[in-house]
Design a protein around this ligand. Structure first.
Ligand code: DAH
Length: 341
């Protein structure tokens, strides 16, 4: 019996020395100190022994048990320390390394152009007026002097909703009437930026959604000279002090007279190039004196008040300035495009 206990002890200690992982250590504990361990069998069978042999075997058995427990505790502690040491070594932080630079975002090219336009008009005393993107047929067309039969509506096919006469605005011009109805009879100087929608075939030059910036000034004695002065000044601040502008007669139902403003091509300085299609001029915006019917719809008496309005596509301006060839880049979220600005 004593021999058997000595063998159990020797074998257990040898196995412990070979247990190198936490899992092996746990397996050892179960095998040598667990309920089914050989040592436990010997201790459990003490009662079957001779009375005389019992004390010596019992004492030796308990000695072996304590020895194994102590060896296990020591080994487990050493194992934990070694693992901690290894973890510290492999996960070591080199605090002298430079930090990782954080990639800063930037403003979308369309936003950059919009903000430039806002600040130029803010300097001239124009407030930003936010108008809704979901409009009624009345505001988008009728109050802008386009009754249901009007052929000009063909230019602005739109998205209809399931609610009759509720549409996505095709231009920012309906905001003119909202602003007039809010501010009447005070004078007005606002710009109305925002998204517009048209039901169109998507091409490099046209998308179904795009930004516009509308402008509106209403007051007593507002004249076409004010329109020309304001917009020429805008062009100089936007494209450079030397830039020339020209106004060509045009037609819009909501202005009379109406015009288009061109700026001298800033790519070739007016000499003619592919960007300006060899004309030397770039078409930038539509404008005109607010039509008396529109003034009246806004609540202003056209015999007392007059006003001018304009509308431009800021994305088109960004495209011209940076020679972006496809308007679809603006909403594709391709970082290779966006990171260039
Ligand atoms: N609403 C026009 C469009 O979408 C642009 C425009 C032209 C706006 C003349 C105006 C204006 O305010 O006076 O094409």
């Amino acid at each position: 019996m004593l021999d058997q206990l000595n063998t159990i002890e020797a074998e257990a200690l040898a196995a412990l020395a070979a247990a190198e992982t936490t899992a092996a250590l746990e397996a050892w504990r179960v095998a040598h100190l667990g309920r089914n361990a050989p040592l436990m069998a010997v201790l459990g069978d003490l009662g079957k022994l001779d009375k005389a042999a019992r004390p010596a075997i019992g004492q030796r058995g308990n000695e072996v048990k304590r020895a194994l427990e102590a060896a296990y505790a020591e080994h487990a502690e050493a194992r934990r320390a070694a693992e901690m040491e290894a973890a510290l070594r492999t996960g070591a932080l080199d605090v002298t390394l430079p930090g990782r630079p954080r990639a800063l975002g930037r403003l979308h090219p369309a936003t950059q152009t919009l903000r430039q336009i806002y600040s130029i008009f803010a300097d001239m005393g124009f407030q930003i007026y936010r108008s809704r993107e979901v409009e009624s047929d009345e505001y988008n067309f009728e109050l802008l002097n386009m009754p249901p039969h009007h052929p000009a509506r063909d230019m602005w096919d739109t998205f209809y909703t399931t609610t009759p006469n509720v549409i996505l605005r095709t231009h920012t011009s309906p905001g003119q009437v909202h602003a007039m109805r809010e501010f009447c009879p005070e004078p007005i100087r606002v710009i109305l930026p925002g998204m517009c929608y048209r039901y169109e075939q998507i091409t490099a030059r046209s998308d179904i959604q795009f930004y516009q910036v509308e402008g509106l000034a209403v007051g007593r004695n507002v004249t076409f000279s004010d329109l020309k002065g304001t917009l020429s000044d805008f062009a100089r601040r936007m494209f450079g002090q030397q830039v020339r502008t020209r106004f060509r007669a045009d037609h819009f139902p909501f202005t009379e007279p109406s015009a288009e403003m061109d700026v001298e091509c800033f790519v070739c300085d007016g000499r003619g190039c592919a960007v300006c299609k060899h004309s030397g001029w770039l078409e930038i915006l539509g404008c005109g004196m607010v039509h008396p019917n529109v003034l009246r719809n806004g609540g202003y008496d056209p015999t007392v008040f007059s006003g001018f309005a304009f509308g431009m596509g800021p994305q088109r301006i960004t495209m011209l300035q940076h020679r972006v060839e496809d308007i679809r880049y603006f909403f594709q979220n391709d970082l290779r495009f966006l990171e260039q600005f």
